[in-house]
Design a protein around this ligand. Structure first.
Ligand SMILES: Nc1nc2c(c(=O)[nH]1)N[C@H]1C(S)=C(S)[C@@H](COP(=O)(O)OP(=O)(O)OC[C@H]3O[C@@H](n4cnc5c(=O)[nH]c(N)nc54)[C@H](O)[C@@H]3O)O[C@H]1N2
Ligand SMILES: Nc1nc2c(c(=O)[nH]1)N[C@H]1C(S)=C(S)[C@@H](COP(=O)(O)OP(=O)(O)OC[C@H]3O[C@@H](n4cnc5c(=O)[nH]c(N)nc54)[C@H](O)[C@@H]3O)O[C@H]1N2
Ligand code: SF4
Ligand SMILES: [Mo]
Length: 891
């Protein structure tokens, strides 16, 4: 047979806003391999653990492959007609305000552009909001009120050029790993460069920090106000810049003086010496970049936090020059693009302002649309309130999973369930949101879809398809276009390809712009299919035709803001950290991300490599708090707020701030019995941005008293798991499940029977130790282990990775099969401990062993075990294991 050469496609990673270039290779046998694109200016060939594991997430398992109406398979025509007719009828009967779209920063620019155009220009309301409301809204609001536009002034290169990088509420090591690696490499090269981390938790990011400020929740406004006052006192201001390019400085400084140093220390929970050290470094270092993320944005005072940070950069003129500037990093692959197309309910298209009549008229003229939304629409939290109280009667959700990711998750679920008409476009057939849709529309996934995304440094890159569309899946832009046509707007939605949409988007960005708007990619207004195919990553603005955009474009070094007088505004901020804990709820719940999972796990949850890092929902608790509430490591814990409760595993760590606990956002009903953390979060929002406070919730914790615990490895996913607590994760050869039971179960064999895979001719072995209350079951099909279940009165002590490996091994003789029941590695077996390096499956115990054996650097551990030598995402954790063992040795 003739060998076909593998094809290599240049595309972009679909996870975080770093926007790394990916080379996807499809081999002759159809198998896919990915690696970093060495030519992409975001990553120069690097990929993190999530990017490296992309090929493991593109299988068709669980995919929605055909449209469905009311739970039955339907054709595209019928489904699209149903959506268009129902939306049109609802609008005719109840007005445009009775319908809404809830969209996502995981849509491509082209998908996003048409969804926004349909809602704002043709349906005529701005009831389109996006999950970026939960993510970037405070940054957008802070940018707009300071700069007159939603402009990120700098480039990634600035993190490498800076002499001081301040990371505020950003766990860069886990959430923007490749950017973190660029920073870590720059610091290794220039050790005089300083890094300061401001985060209540000592995250892995803090590992390269010269200073970690374990700030009290929402203490950031006080910290940066204090900094502004210090900069004034220390004579570190740029008087010229302030005079020529800004207004509002005196008011901002007056507000900053609200607290003296003692007040600042009290409100930030930091000691005076640490604060003074941070202020001194900031004041005396010219090249400072302040990177901020969700610890800043996801707060009821988020916009003020952004302003407090930006004020310090404006007052020192440290903005838009190499190595200087405030830098809001975006979360999703296309969070930035969503802002460009106007996907937020309070924006128009192409960075135009919905509250500005001239802008509305201009966009309407450009679109040739019959109407244009005349006012801001409902922001996410208000949108779901309106769904709940019946004002919204038809809702279309695209590429987001609000039942799991919105605050007050149970209310959101109830609202969706009660809504007369819910359409969900998704790639999966079963998520906590999809399960409630009247119409399910199968969307094209990464690797299949075709378009552009914009990353944190305003760089647009192509996502290119390298796989065929499976089943009847269709790209999101096509789905929206088809519905628009069926609603009677065919003329304005003539698109046959994403290239045509991109060209229109580019033309609108340049339309009557003349340098008055920051977002301008007019150079691509005439792009054709071939040009779109070949489009190389570029940063905006890219204004004129033929103009090739320079790299590392920056804004505002010489002023030129997008306000009417072209000056920036310093905004006086006086908000104080809200006090939420109190009677009955004494602890602060903080939420966020882990290294190897992405949001609601719909994609990363498919990868066994990524699922081994942290395989269960957990709560990080400071040992002092754990002692106070009688909780031991690995206990199950119920975390309760005024809204609801979750049950998760206790992880005791002094990296956690006392008085605060941390629960990741990732676990859903698809992966755990009771792990949806957003059911605890009240729908409190920032008054300016509408962004919810996802990181500051009052809770209490209590040990979940289990009568029995269990652990199982299974070759097949069980239909249902009958346990009070369970968490399931992918592993090599199948699935691993943690279990717990509130009361003792009379019929353990029945439990085993329900969970172990059934097949004809199987053999089930069991073991019972009445004294220790241990029960064990193992089911075999010939030599093959189908599943094993371990039960005990205390957390099951069986080494997890050993048990997982048994699924892939032959158990030829009866002795080997009985060894499974013994539940411990036989001779030569090794307990690796919790997996640290996902790429090579290296565990914490192995790394600790290597350290004891003399490997005292990350490189030495890498040489001994390969750990940390592929994507590098685990290097911070390896460093911390080395560090911990050195401390032990010193004791
Ligand atoms: N592995 C992984 N990476 C991701 C994602 C993912 O799901 N998984 N998602 C992507 C997306 S959409 C986003 S938005 C980004 C988010 O990226 P990040 O914002 O870096 O991540 P988070 O974990 O949400 O929160 C960051 C930190 O804020 C801290 N924090 C909480 N309260 C405060 C406070 O009051 N002040 C300060 N200063 N800090 C506080 C938390 O302790 C946490 O460590 O990550 C992106 N990258
Ligand atoms: N407590 C708490 N809650 C949070 C956060 C937090 O830090 N704490 N963070 C918030 C933030 S910053 C964010 S960004 C959100 C993220 O929250 P979500 O957006 O709800 O999370 P995802 O799991 O990314 O959901 C994406 C959905 O789109 C589907 N999908 C994937 N690709 C495509 C596609 O190409 N087309 C279509 N149509 N569907 C697709 C996936 O299967 C999945 O169902 O969560 C927010 N919620
Ligand atoms: S840092 Fe990782 S997740 Fe983010 S874009 Fe790059 S490879 Fe993807
Ligand atoms: Mo996000």
């Amino acid at each position: 047979m003739e060998e076909t050469a593998p094809t290599i496609t240049k595309t972009t990673c679909p996870y975080c806003g770093v926007g790394c270039g990916v080379l996807a290779t499809v081999a002759a046998d159809g198998s896919v391999a990915v690696r970093g694109d060495p030519d992409h200016p975001a990553n120069f060939g690097r990929l993190c653990s999530k990017g490296s594991a992309l090929a493991e997430t593109i299988d068709l398992d669980g995919r929605l492959l055909h449209p469905e109406i009311d739970g039955r398979r339907a054709g595209w025509d019928e489904a699209l007609d149903r959506v268009a007719e129902t939306f049109s009828r609802t609008i005719a009967e109840h007005g445009p305000g009775s319908v809404a779209f809830y969209v996502s920063g995981q849509l491509l620019n082209e998908d996003y552009y048409v969804a926004n155009k349909l809602m704002k220009g043709f349906i005529g309301t701005a009831n389109i909001d996006t999950n970026s409301r939960l993510c970037m809204a405070s940054s957008v609001a802070g940018h707009r009120r300071a700069f007159g536009a939603d402009t990120v002034p700098g480039s990634y290169r600035d993190l490498e050029l800076a002499d001081l990088v301040v990371l505020v509420g950003s766990n860069l090591a886990w959430c923007h790993p490749v950017l973190y690696q660029r920073l870590a490499a720059a610091k290794a090269e220039r050790p005089e460069m300083k890094v300061i981390v401001v985060d209540p938790r000592r995250t892995m990011t803090a590992d390269i920090a010269d200073q970690h400020l374990a700030i009290a929740p929402d203490g950031d406004v006080a910290l940066f106000n204090g900094l502004l006052a210090h900069l004034a006192e220390a004579g570190a201001l740029d008087e010229n810049y302030i005079a020529e390019h800004t207004t509002g400085f005196a008011e901002a400084l007056a507000a900053a003086w609200r607290l003296d140093m003692d007040g600042t220390a009290a409100e930030t929970g930091l000691d005076r010496a640490s604060i003074a050290e941070f202020y001194r470094l900031f004041a005396t270092t010219e090249k400072v970049v302040t990177v901020y993320s969700q610890g800043v944005n996801q707060s009821s005072v988020g916009t003020d936090k952004v302003s407090a940070i930006i004020n310090c950069h404006l007052a020192t003129g440290r903005i838009g020059r190499p190595g200087m500037g405030p830098f809001s990093v975006t979360g999703q692959p296309n969070a930035m693009g969503g802002r460009e197309v106007g996907g937020l309910a309070n924006m128009l298209a192409a960075h135009m302002d919905i509250d500005n009549a001239a802008h509305r008229e201009r966009v309407q003229r450009f679109w040739g649309s019959p109407v244009i939304a005349s006012a801001q629409g409902l922001k996410a939290v208000d949108m779901f309130r309106a769904v709940a109280d019946g004002r919204i009667k038809a809702l279309w959700i695209m590429a987001t999973n609000p039942v799991d990711s919105m605050p007050d998750g149970d209310m959101v679920e109830t609202a969706i369930r009660a809504c007369p008409f819910v359409v969900v476009s998704d790639v999966l057939g079963a998520t906590d949101t999809v399960r409630h849709a009247h119409v399910k529309l199968p969307a094209a996934a990464w690797g299949e879809k075709d378009g552009t995304v914009t990353n944190s440094e305003r760089r647009m890159s192509r996502q290119r398809p390298f796989l065929p569309l499976p089943g009847e899946a269709k790209p999101d832009w096509w789905i929206v276009t088809e519905v628009a046509r069926r609603m009677g707007f065919a003329e304005a939605f003539p698109y046959a390809s994403p290239a045509e949409i991109f060209a229109e988007h580019a033309a609108l960005s340049a339309f009557e712009n003349d340098g008055t708007r920051d977002f301008d990619i007019g150079t691509h207004a005439g792009i054709d299919a071939a040009g779109f195919d070949a489009l190389a990553p570029f940063q905006w603005p890219a204004r004129r035709a033929g103009e090739t955009s320079a790299d590392d474009i920056r804004f505002f070094a010489e002023g030129g803001f997008f306000t009417p007088d072209r000056k920036a505004r310093l905004v006086p901020v006086t908000t104080t950290a809200p006090a939420r804990v109190g009677e009955g709820f004494p602890l602060v719940l903080n939420t966020g991300r882990v290294r190897d999972q992405w949001h609601t796990m719909t994609r990363t949850g498919k990868s066994r490599r990524l699922s081994q890092h942290l395989a269960e929902p957990f709560v990080e608790i400071h040992p002092a708090d754990a002692a106070k509430y009688g909780i031991a490591d690995a206990d199950l814990v119920r975390v309760t707020s005024a809204r609801g409760a979750v049950v998760v595993r206790a992880l005791l760590t002094s990296r956690q701030r006392e008085g605060s606990v941390f629960v990741p956002m990732h676990w859903t009903d698809q992966f755990a019995a009771d792990g949806r953390v957003d059911r605890l979060v009240p729908p409190l929002t920032d008054p300016t941005s509408g962004q919810p406070a996802l990181k500051h919730v009052a809770v209490r914790i209590a040990r979940f008293a289990a009568a029995a615990y269990g652990f199982a490895v299974l070759t097949e996913k069980p239909e249902r798991i009958a346990a009070d607590y369970w968490a399931i994760a992918r592993c090599a050869g199948g699935w691993r499940v943690e279990l717990a039971f509130a009361a003792s179960v009379a019929d353990w064999p029945g439990v085993a029977d329900a969970i172990l895979p059934a097949a004809a001719g199987t053999e089930t072995l069991s073991f019972q130790d009445a004294v220790a209350a241990r029960r064990r079951f193992a089911r075999f099909s010939g030599e093959r282990l189908l599943g094993a279940l371990y039960l005990a009165a205390e957390p099951v002590a069986v080494p997890r990775d050993w048990a997982v490996e048994q699924l892939s091994q032959a158990h030829a003789d009866r002795r080997a099969r009985l060894a499974i029941l013994a539940g411990r590695p036989g001779k030569g077996g090794e307990d690796k401990g919790a997996i640290v390096c996902s790429c090579f499956g290296v565990g914490a115990r192995q790394i600790a062993g290597a350290v004891v054996a003399g490997c005292h650097t990350v490189e030495a551990v890498g040489e001994a075990l390969r750990a940390g030598t592929n994507c590098g995402s685990c290097r911070a954790e390896i460093r911390s294991i080395i560090h911990a063992h050195r401390l032990q040795a010193a004791e």
